[in-house]
Write a protein that binds this ligand. Structure first.
Ligand code: NAD
Length: 341
C-alpha cells in the first residue's frame, strides 16, 4: 500500500512515517517542513521515504497518482498556534485539508484519514464520547469540527474516510514538541529540576503516546471499510485521562532528580474526560505505551544529549517568528517572500 502523509515531517509525522515504512508500506511525506531540521532529508532518504517539500494548499495533484491511502496531518497544530492568525488557520487546517481530501478522491485514492483533536469537546462535566455534542472553544478546535464534517461526507464505496480525534500526544520524536504537557513537564524537570504546574492541578486531560497514534493510523488503514468509513474515533485510553497534579507526580518520580513543583497561573478547574471505548470495541485498537514510558523515553534522550530545546520545539513561538518575518518582508516589499506561512 502506498501512503501519503501530509505533515509528514511534523511531531507525529516523524514517528509515523518511519513506523509505516518499517511495517512494509511505501511512504511519501508531504510537508512545508516548517518545523523539522534539515536532517530529516537524510533520514528519510536512507529509510526510502520520499520527501516532497510542498504545501497542501498548492501542491500539484499529480503527486496523488498511484497513492492508495492518505493520512492528512498537516495543520497549525494547537490552540495557541491556531489563534496567532485565524485566517491562516482556516486556510490550512480547513481549506487546505478540504483540498487534499477532494483531490485524493478524484485521483482514486481508496482511504483517507484526517487527524482531528479531542479539543473539539471543549470543557464538559460528563465523560464525552464520539456521540457527545462538541464544544469547540478556539479557532483550531472549530476548524477541526468543520473539517471532520466536510471531509467525512465524501466517504462512499470507493473512498473510505475516517476522522481521528487524538488526545494530547506525548513521547519522543525527532521533531520534538516541548509545548505539550507531558513533554514540557519532563523537559523542565530534567533540565531545571522544576515541574511547572498550572493551578490547581485538578484539571483532567486525555493523553496518548505518539507511537500509539501511529499504530491507530495503521489500524484504521487495515480495518474493513464498513467499520471505519464515515466514522470518528477518539484515540487514547480511558486510563490516560489524568489530572495535571498526578502527571506532575509521575514526572517527579520517574525523572527522580529531586525536582520540585512550581505552581503558576490563576486557578483553572476546567476538565474534560474522554471515553476511548469505541476504538477498542469497533476496531480493536488499544494503546500500548503508558505515560511513565513516555517520561522515561524523553528523560533518557535529554540525558544522552540527543534532545535539546530549539526555537522549533515551541510550535507557537516558532510560527510567531515566521509571521513576524513575513510582515517584515511585506513591509520592505521583497519579491517572492510575501508569504512565508
Ligand atoms: N500533537 C498533539 O498533541 C495532537 C493532538 C491532537 C491532534 N493533533 C493533530 O495531529 C496533526 C499533527 O500534529 P503534530 O503534533 O505532528 O504537529 P506539528 O506542528 O509538529 O506538525 C504539523 C506539520 O504540518 C506541516 N504543515 C503546516 N502547514 C502546512 C501546509 N500548509 N502544507 C504542508 N505542510 C504543512 C508543518 O510543517 C508540520 O511539519 C495535526 O493535524 C494536529 O492538529 C495533534
Amino acid at each position: 500500500m502506498k501512503i501519503l502523509v501530509t505533515g509528514g515531517t511534523g511531531y507525529i509525522g516523524r514517528v509515523l512515517c518511519p513506523y509505516l515504512k518499517e511495517k512494509g508500506y511505501d511512504v511519501i511525506a508531504l510537508d512545508r517542513n516548517f518545523l523539522s531540521d534539515e536532517s530529516v532529508k537524510e533520514e528519510y532518504n536512507s529509510l526510502g521515504i520520499k520527501l516532497i517539500r510542498d504545501d497542501i494548499r498548492y501542491f500539484d495533484p499529480h503527486i496523488l497518482e498511484g497513492v492508495d491511502a492518505v493520512a492528512d496531518l498537516a495543520a497549525l497544530s494547537n490552540d495557541p498556534a491556531g489563534d496567532l492568525d485565524s485566517f491562516k488557520t482556516w486556510d490550512i487546517n480547513y481549506i487546505g485539508r478540504c483540498r487534499v481530501a477532494r483531490l485524493a478522491k478524484k485521483a482514486g485514492v481508496k482511504k483517507y484519514i484526517v487527524t482531528s483533536s479531542c479539543s473539539v469537546y471543549g470543557f464538559q462535566n460528563e465523560v464525552v464520547d464520539e456521540k457527545s455534542p462538541v464544544n469547540p472553544l478556539t479557532t483550531y478546535a472549530k476548524a477541526n469540527v468543520a473539517i471532520e464534517a466536510d471531509n467525512l461526507i465524501l466517504g462512499d464505496k470507493n473512498f473510505t474516510v475516517t476522522a481521528l480525534r487524538l488526545a494530547t500526544a506525548f513521547g519522543y520524536s525527532k521533531r520534538m514538541r516541548l509545548d505539550i504537557a507531558i513533554n514540557a513537564m519532563t523537559f523542565n524537570a530534567a533540565t531545571k529540576k522544576k515541574i511547572m504546574l498550572m493551578r490547581e492541578g485538578t484539571q483532567i486531560r486525555p493523553f496518548v503516546h505518539v507511537k500509539d497514534i501511529s499504530r491507530s493510523i495503521e489500524t484504521v488503514f487495515e480495518s474493513e471499510e464498513g467499520l471505519v468509513n464515515g466514522q470518528r474515533f477518539n484515540i487514547g485510553s480511558d486510563e490516560q485521562n489524568v489530572s495535571l497534579k498526578d502527571l506532575g507526580e509521575m514526572v517527579r518520580k520517574t525523572v527522580n532528580n529531586g525536582s520540585e513543583v512550581e505552581w503558576y497561573g490563576d486557578p483553572d478547574v476546567r476538565s474534560y474526560r474522554v471515553s476511548f471505548k469505541k476504538a477498542i470495541e469497533e476496531i480493536k485498537f488499544r494503546t500500548k505505551y503508558d505515560i511513565e514510558y513516555g517520561i522515561k523515553e524523553i528523560n533518557d534522550m535529554i540525558n544522552s544529549g540527543k534532545l535539546i530545546q530549539t526555537p522549533q520545539t515551541k510550535t507557537v513561538e516558532f510560527y510567531k517568528l515566521l509571521l513576524d518575518a513575513e510582515s517584515k518582508f511585506r513591509e520592505y516589499s521583497l519579491p517572492g517572500f510575501e508569504r512565508i506561512l
